[in-house]
Design a protein around this ligand. Structure first.
Ligand code: ZN
Length: 287
């Protein structure tokens, strides 16, 4: 399995912000120290403006150069445009790898699923998964499914993909929770499955299973996964109930769809994040 990651992920930070370099640094260390899975590590290639602009307004690309915070959660960082583009490029590399029949995980920051067509928000600057989904459609995919298991609703992904031909969005998330959207289905192709705060693990798993069954009924030819690990029971930012073995089960379940698939890191703020990602990768690898 290929891991797409980049040392530049550690080159920007803001004191006290939960979305920090340690998420990637510790996960890379964990994955490099294990021997159960054969993994290769590669840096991302490039993304063009044209690829980004399928998902975003030109104003957002311009805004990434202006040194002002985007909102209270989403600081401006020196060179954030470069870092965001690297994360989007990794998503495109992951798509390509999936199409070549390989398993792949993009271990990058910043995450993307809250970024809308026009705005960076919620720790996200460019919507990596939407950029990759629209690239897939533009290059021949007929039915692209985006599966988002981050505990927060992928409002940005939904707003970009709603009623786009050839794409469907399936999200499982806590509600109420940030960003407050995702209570009901939207458009013809965005399917939201909500879990109440502090719902039991059994309820959370059953909801994930229903969303996966919906996704399977869509008969996708590519599955793009927004892999957030903040539905974990000990995550500091939400009230989920999942354990490491549930993320392994998610990996197994997605693998067993038998469709080219790729996964991108979204949230996950517990110090156990490396173990959760490793569990997911084991599942994806068929263990
Ligand atoms: Zn999240």
């Amino acid at each position: 399995m290929r891991i797409i990651t980049d040392e530049r992920c550690a080159e920007y930070s803001c004191d006290g912000h939960p979305e920090g370099p340690v998420r990637i640094i510790d996960t890379v260390a964990r994955l490099k120290s294990q021997t159960e899975l054969p993994l290769t590590f590669d840096a991302p290639s490039q993304v063009t403006d044209a690829q980004i602009l399928r998902a975003h307004a030109p104003e957002l690309l311009a805004r990434l150069q202006i040194p002002q915070d985007f909102d209270a959660d989403t600081p401006f960082y020196h060179n954030i445009g470069t870092f965001a583009r690297a994360s989007a490029a990794a998503a495109l590399d992951a798509l390509e790898e999936a199409r070549a029949g390989k398993h792949v995980f993009s271990l990058m920051r910043p995450p993307g699923h809250h970024a809308t067509r026009e705005h960076a928000m919620g720790f996200c600057y460019l919507n990596n998964i939407a950029i990759a989904a629209l690239e897939a459609v533009a290059t021949g995919a007929k039915r692209v499914a985006v599966f988002d298991f981050d505990v927060h609703h992928g409002n940005g992904t939904e707003s970009i993909l709603v009623d786009q031909p050839g794409v469907a969005f399936f999200s499982v998330h806590q509600h109420p929770a940030y960003p407050g959207t995702g209570e009901a289905n939207t458009g013809k192709n965005c399917f939201n499955h909500v879990v109440a705060p502090l719902a039991t693990r059994e309820t959370y798993r059953a909801t994930l299973a229903r969303a996966l069954a919906d996704l399977n009924n869509f008969s996708p030819d590519v599955v793009a996964v927004s892999a957030g690990f903040d539905a974990y029971a000990r995550d500091p930012l939400a009230e989920g109930s999942l354990l490491a073995e549930d993320f392994q089960w998610l990996g197994q379940s997605l693998r067993s769809l038998n469709v080219p698939m790729f996964s991108l890191l979204e949230g996950g703020y517990s110090s156990d994040l490396p173990e959760l990602i490793f569990a997911y990768l084991k599942g994806v690898a068929g263990k």
